[in-house]
Every structure is written in structure tokens, then in C-alpha cells.
Design a protein around this ligand. Sequence first.
Ligand SMILES: Nc1ncnc2c1ncn2[C@@H]1O[C@H](COP(=O)(O)OP(=O)(O)OP(=O)(O)O)[C@@H](O)[C@H]1O
Length: 230
Amino acid sequence: MNALQVRDITVTRGAGPVIREVGFTLEPGRITALVGPNGAGKTSLLEAISGVLPAARGSVHIGDVEVTKHSRVARAKLGLAHIEQGRAVFPGLTVLENLKLTARTWPRVDEVLALFPELDKRRNSPTALLSGGEQQMVVLARAFAARPKFLLIDEMSLGLAPVVFTRLLPMVTRFASEGAAILLVEQFTHLALGVSQDAIVVSSGRVTYQGTAEALLAAPNTLHSAYLGE
Ligand SMILES: Nc1ncnc2c1ncn2[C@@H]1O[C@H](COP(=O)(O)OP(=O)(O)OP(=O)(O)O)[C@@H](O)[C@H]1O
């Protein structure tokens, strides 16, 4: 199977569990929005999937391989990429040099730059000279350049105006249409749900909704209850 499966995962941090028995599957070509209030455990869940944090219980599977005890690097070799919250560019390197860090071939760099015309125009600029939105594009483009099968994106919009973030979302959709399975954590809940097929709501470490994004958008009370902790 070419999917990523999270089975009944529990993640412990400090005094106790911050994620409790959460399970879902990420499938090729689909975007799943993971939403919930601050402190719900979204970042911890992503970190347990990519291997930044260990899982206390449960398992993670990439295709047919169980990777629960695998290192981050081993998971990356199986096609998993994780854009962490606040992940920065290498400011002294140009846009091209940033992309070459992850792209295996030059044609892939050109393919990715074709998706980001703004970056293409500034391919030889040091990334320190780009705007915040353009720098976040470099972060996204660098992840795409590695051609991951599974991509975890944590709060891509951090520090960006909604209007700038809105311009990044079509790139995520485009990447999913190339076959990637994407898990999208986003504070702009409605924007994230708008580009996703599937949705998971977490509150205090537990899943309170799992289903289609469309059904969640049509049931605002479900979302409000999660945010109010009801
Ligand atoms: N380094 C840490 N050590 C101990 N506890 C932590 C640490 N980081 C986060 N936590 C706690 O783990 C819980 C889940 O935090 P997490 O960052 O995963 O939630 P989140 O849903 O991503 O929140 P946000 O939307 O604010 O980023 C919170 O109660 C938080 O206080």
C-alpha cells in the first residue's frame, strides 16, 4: 500500500499525554487538514509522525514499512518530509542554492521553479533579501524539490498576511495533484479546509471529528465546539 498510516498513536510530553490514541491514513493525491485550538497537540502529532518525537504507544507505517522506531532520516528516505513551524531558509544562500539542497536533479529544480514564478525571477538573489511570503515559498519549494510522497506542513502561514498565504495554497493543491499525500496544520482553518478533501479536528489531544472537509465546513458547530473545548 502506498499510504501513510498512523495507528492509535499516543504522544507524551512533560507531565502526560498530549496526543491520545489518534489514528488516520494519508492517501496519495489527497490533502488532509488537521485543525484544532492552540495546544491541542497538532505539532506534537506531526513530530511523532516524522520522528522528531517518539510515540509512547501506537505505530506509524509508511507503505508496508513500520517506521515507529525509525530515525527521522530513515523516514525521509521512505518519502516523508516535514515542514516544521517557523522553519527558516538559509538566508546567505540564493534561491537556487536553497533548492539544490534537496533536489536530486537540475530538471526537478526547474520544474519546481515553474510552479513559483516569483521565485524563478529571483533565482540568483540571496533569500535574506526576499519578503516573508517569498521566503515561505522557498521553504515550500525546497520541500517540493525533494519530491516527497508524504508531506507534513505545520503552520505555513505563520507571520504571513492571509492574502499572502492564500497565494501559497494553490501550490499545495498542485503538489497533491502530482500524487503527494499532504497533512496540513493551519491556523486559518477555513482556508485549509477549502483546499482539503479530508479533515481531522483535535482537541486536548483527542480526535473530535474525522471525515470530509466539505462536511466539516457545512457543520460549523462541530468546529466551534472543538475550539471551545465542549
Ligand atoms: N517542549 C515541550 N515540553 C513540554 N510540553 C510541551 C512542549 N511543547 C508543547 N508542549 C505541550 O504539549 C501540548 C501540545 O502542544 P502542541 O504544540 O503540540 O499543540 P498545537 O496544537 O500544535 O498548538 P499550537 O496551535 O499553539 O501550535 C501543549 O499542552 C503544550 O503546552
